[in-house]
Design a protein around this ligand. Structure first.
Ligand code: AKB
Length: 328
């Protein structure tokens, strides 16, 4: 998928991915294994994922908040980099606010401390557009602006960003982060997010020819195809430290669309596809988020460029889901 320039030093990285069986973790781990070698990327999750994925390289069962077990794995494999992908997303977090806070914050603090103690050299931690709230500008939301999130997920992400910046400023920890928009993929489905509709809609279009959407037809949100998200993540981790001027988290963008617009794009391929709207509690979350993100800082600092727009992503999604169904 990617063709990054890999420097000799990077070839020596040994990577631990926490939350490797999740939506982004799965594809990130696969790509890291292609780049760094299968035995140099240790996948871990709180439970086992599919066999094919687990057998493709080292796998460890790990709770992302369990410092001692994580340290044991770091020492066992001589880990140099940790990608902390375990998190509870916005919609589930609203149902379990305390648990969301514990998972999202404690896991980050464990890894930042391990980096401060020099057990690892580099950390990746994902933030989200959920750091923004109703008082942030909705269109062309800048890198730095008012951030008053209304969800516990957003509160954990904005706090986490400041912890990352603090550990970098105070202890020199090399921690890097991106504010992901909604990520759209076909290999592993997301779970518990507000932007999940934009994945489900493709599966339902193929399986049933209809979809009931939990957001209103005109709810515009920033989104990105998985290939671009994985590319951005690895690119950020590979770039020289002096190019990184943001140690909270970088705005990252590719496209923005509404449920109506994605429906129209799917209908170009499946003309009989229909959608109905039954907004639920996730509407309020979506209404508090930006519509279009300004990611110029990422583009200037480390040359970020997205590849996929709504039309090209839709073609890929439908093609890959259809092929996947044929194999089942
Ligand atoms: C969610 O919907 O919770 C996530 C996100 C935007 O961070 N996909």
């Amino acid at each position: 998928m990617l063709n990054p320039k890999i420097k000799d030093i990077e070839m020596r990285e040994v990577i631990l991915v926490l939350g490797a069986c999740g939506q982004i973790g799965t594809e990130l781990t696969q790509e890291l294994r292609e780049i760094y070698g299968h035995n140099n990327v240790v996948a871990s999750d709180i439970r086992e994922g599919n066999d094919e994925f687990i057998n493709a390289g080292p796998f460890e069962i790990l709770d992302a908040t369990d410092r001692d077990s994580i340290l044991e794995v770091i020492q066992k494999y001589n880990i140099t980099q940790v990608y902390l992908m375990a998190a509870m997303l916005s919609a589930t977090a609203e149902k379990l606010p305390q648990k969301a806070w514990e998972l999202n914050m404690n896991s980050l603090l464990v890894i930042l401390e391990l980096a401060r103690e020099k057990h690892i050299k580099q950390v990746y931690w994902p933030s989200s557009i959920a750091v923004f709230g109703a008082t942030s500008p909705k269109v062309d939301t800048p890198q730095q602006t008012v951030m008053e999130p209304s969800t516990v997920y957003g509160i954990s992400k904005v706090s986490g960003e400041h912890w990352c910046n603090y550990y970098h400023e105070r202890f020199g920890v090399d921690v890097r982060s991106l504010r992901y928009p909604g990520i759209i993929s076909w290999k592993t489905k997301p779970g518990g997010g507000t932007t999940d509709y934009a994945v489900d809609i493709y599966f339902k279009a193929i399986e049933e020819g209809k979809y009931e959407c939990f957001l209103k037809e005109d709810t515009k949100l920033p989104m990105m195809y998985m290939n671009d998200a994985v590319k951005a993540t690895i690119q950020l981790m590979q770039v020289d430290a002096e190019k990184i001027n943001v140690r909270t988290s970088y705005n990252l963008a590719a496209m923005s669309f509404t449920p109506k617009e994605i429906t129209e794009e799917i209908q170009k391929h499946i003309p009989d596809f229909t959608i109905s709207y039954e907004p639920d509690f996730r509407q309020q979350i979506a209404d508090s988020w930006p519509q279009i993100i300004d990611d110029n800082k990422a583009r200037e600092d480390w040359n970020w460029k997205h590849k996929f727009d709504l039309a090209s992503m839709t073609k890929e999604m439908l093609k890959n889901i259809q092929a996947k169904m044929m194999c089942l």
